[in-house]
Design a protein around this ligand. Structure first.
Ligand code: FAD
Length: 367
């Protein structure tokens, strides 16, 4: 049976930051990730929708360094080039289907939204490079955890159904608490209040979907448009310029159509409706993209649960205990949603990971 001091469950930003800090402290760790890639909700993809070194952000795109010093520090430490979200040019507003969309001068952003060159996955690649490959186990889903005298026994299930076991002194569960509650069994069970708290914590952006239209050139800029649009007609409700630092032109939008309706309509009908809307807002050139991408996070079982198919509230910052009873001191939650500040955001993942590692190091000091 494989053993380690700390098992980190999930290789999203929180899991990778936790692994980085543990590594720096010389702690023996293993990261267990259910997907066959690193990054979790961070996914920068090429024209075919595959993870890429220079991709379009199908998950998070922005961070706000002035409000989020933890993210600003991480980007700085990793030496990643960042650039400001394009906002030069007019904004388009579509109020009603029987009215022509209107153009407006944009209001200056209070906090500049920043993007990373190469896509947000540049963070993941940089953090992944710092970890020795034997410390990461991809394609292994933690399906059960049991307390024993030595700590925690984790059951890992691979895609082919084979089962393995990992024994750890401590576990950092770096995934959304709601997903943890829905998909991992605990022996002994979590007490009712703890399980309830996990279940009631919404996973940020899990109900949402992003649509991208990729073009040969950012044609909207020639017309003095910024690529930003708001619509009360849909199917896209908020649209932005998604052109990469390497100048690959694109527009992206968040779908305002709910997860159930998206599943009923299907990708082809959604794509057609989105392109029709982009043509209304930005002109007929929008009808001829070189490629389109649609990522529906509500349909991704490693992000969303049944409870995430509707709603989409923002998790509230909570500084209280996420684990109680017999599991306290052995299990530490670090998904972004558990952060005492900026929960749900990239910054929240960095902060929550730092807190989980600090808790473990101080409990090691005590023993
Ligand atoms: C469409 C979209 C847009 C967003 N936009 C922004 C933005 O612009 N700015 C911003 O700050 N934030 C944004 N966010 C939120 C941001 O993506 C998250 O805050 C952040 O990525 C969360 O990181 P995490 O590591 O906590 O969780 P995740 O990224 O969800 O990582 C959890 C990991 O655990 C793995 N996992 C799950 N279950 C198991 C299991 N049983 N065993 C092993 N592994 C498991 C998953 O595969 C995943 O890799 C957006 C999110 C989405 C979906």
């Amino acid at each position: 049976m494989k053993t380690c001091k700390v098992a980190v469950v999930g290789a999203g930003l929180a899991g990778l930051c936790a692994a980085r800090a543990l590594n720096a402290a010389g702690i023996d760790l293993i990261v267990v990730e259910a997907r066959d890639r690193l990054g979790g909700r961070i996914l920068s993809a090429d024209e075919a929708g595959l993870p890429a070194e220079d991709g379009f952000d199908l998950g998070p795109s922005w961070y706000w360094p002035q409000m989020q010093p933890a993210m600003a520090s991480l980007v700085g430490e990793l030496g990643l080039p960042a650039f400001a979200q394009t906002s030069e040019g007019d904004v388009v507003f579509e109020r009603m289907s029987r009215e022509k969309p209107q153009r407006y001068r944009p209001v200056a952003m209070e906090q500049q939204s920043m993007r990373l060159a190469g896509g947000t996955a540049a963070l993941v690649q940089a953090l992944g490079r710092e970890l020795a490959s034997e410390r990461i186990r991809l394609g292994s889903r933690v399906t059960a955890m049991a307390l024993n005298d030595a700590g925690v026994r984790l059951t890992l299930t691979s895609g082919d159904g084979s089962v393995d076991v990992l024994q750890a002194d401590h576990v950092i569960a770096a995934l959304p608490p709601r997903l943890l509650d829905a998909t991992v069994s605990f022996t002994p069970e979590q007490d009712r209040a703890t399980a309830g708290r996990w279940r009631q914590t919404p996973t940020w952006m899990a109900p949402h979907a992003k649509f991208f239209a990729l073009y040969d050139r950012p044609f909207w800029r020639l017309d003095g448009l910024s690529g930003t649009a708001q619509s009360m007609v849909g199917p896209l409700v908020e649209i932005h310029d998604a052109t990469t630092a390497s100048r690959k032109a694109a527009l992206f939008g968040f779908l305002g159509v709910g997860a159930g309706q998206r599943a009923t309509l299907g990708d082809a009908a959604l794509k057609q409706a989105c392109l029709g809307q982009l043509a209304r807002l930005f002109g007929p050139a929008a009808l001829a993209p070189r490629a389109t991408l649609l990522k529906d996070w509500a349909a991704d079982p490693l992000t969303s649960t049944a409870a995430d198919q509707t709603g989409g509230d923002h998790p509230l910052p909570r500084d209280d205990h996420w684990v109680a009873g017999a599991w306290d001191q052995r299990l530490h939650l670090a998904g972004s949603e558990t952060s005492p500040s900026e929960p749900g955001y990239l910054a929240g993942a960095v902060i929550a990971a730092g807190r989980a590692v600090a808790d473990i190091l101080s409990s090691m000091d005590r023993t």
